[in-house]
Design a binder for this molecule. Structure first.
Ligand code: DX5
Ligand code: ZN
Length: 220
């Protein structure tokens, strides 16, 4: 499967956002990871539709929109129209409108669809939705903040998803988000992840060198 790097702009310098997006793109990153937080599903608030619209106008990169919001069904249309290429919803957040219905709405807008699960949610809980999605996002930290430490049990969950994927004959991507560093990256890839999200380890220090180093390790 294609190995994809998705820098999370949550860790970018927002005064220099356009320039930093160009830097990650020119250095070889494929996706832009766009973290939306509502202060309810997660304790923090990040950014939403107006920033997404600006980013969409300024880049042709694939925008991987991670909705950490409660009842995401309510906002699928708006995020799709604002320029997301892929929309990820949390299995824990889809209540009134279930996960399958929410994924169906993402598809109606012609976008790629992904489902995410928190560190405390077992892989088998998303088994019924695996044939509906293009990607599964495994949270390797509690969602809500950048710069946290990678939870080691994540790799076991990834291996379980790889097993479920082959049992069911499916082809979804597996993405990991939270606490990925140049040091733990290789073991995460070995577990079966092909889409890597990283915020602090990409945007702190020399962004171009960080992207190039991540891509080297990923393609080793
Ligand atoms: C956390 C967000 C992540 C975050 C990752 O809730 O979903 O995408 O930006 O940041 P790092 O790589 O710093 O852990
Ligand atoms: Zn994220």
């Amino acid at each position: 499967m294609d190995k994809i790097l998705a820098p999370s702009i949550l860790a970018a310098d927002f005064m220099r956002l356009g320039e930093q997006i160009r830097t990650v793109r020119d250095a070889g990153a494929e996706y832009l990871h766009y973290d939306v937080m509502d202060g309810i599903f997660v304790p923090s608030i990040s950014f939403g539709l107006p920033v997404l619209k600006s980013v969409r106008t300024g880049t042709d990169m694939f925008i991987d929109c991670h909705l950490m919001i409660t009842e995401p069904y309510r906002y699928i249309g708006e995020f799709a129209k604002a320029g997301a290429d892929s929309i990820t919803v949390h299995v824990e957040a889809c209540k009134e409108h279930g996960c399958a219905e929410t994924i169906g709405l993402i598809r109606e807008y012609g976008k790629k669809a992904a489902v995410s699960l928190n560190p405390g949610t077992p892989a088998d809980e998303i088994a019924p939705f695996l044939d509906l999605v293009d990607m599964v996002l495994v949270m390797s930290v509690e969602p809500g903040f950048g710069g946290q430490k990678f939870i080691e049990s994540t790799n076991g969950k990834v291996e379980r998803l790889v097993e479920l994927r082959s049992k069911k004959g499916l082809g979804f991507d597996i993405e990991v988000d939270g606490g990925v560093t140049a040091d733990n990256l290789a073991s995460i890839i070995d577990a079966g992840v092909n889409v890597i999200v990283s915020g602090s380890s990409i945007f702190k220090g020399d962004i171009e060198a960080n992207v190039r180093h991540f891509k080297d390790v990923m393609n080793r």
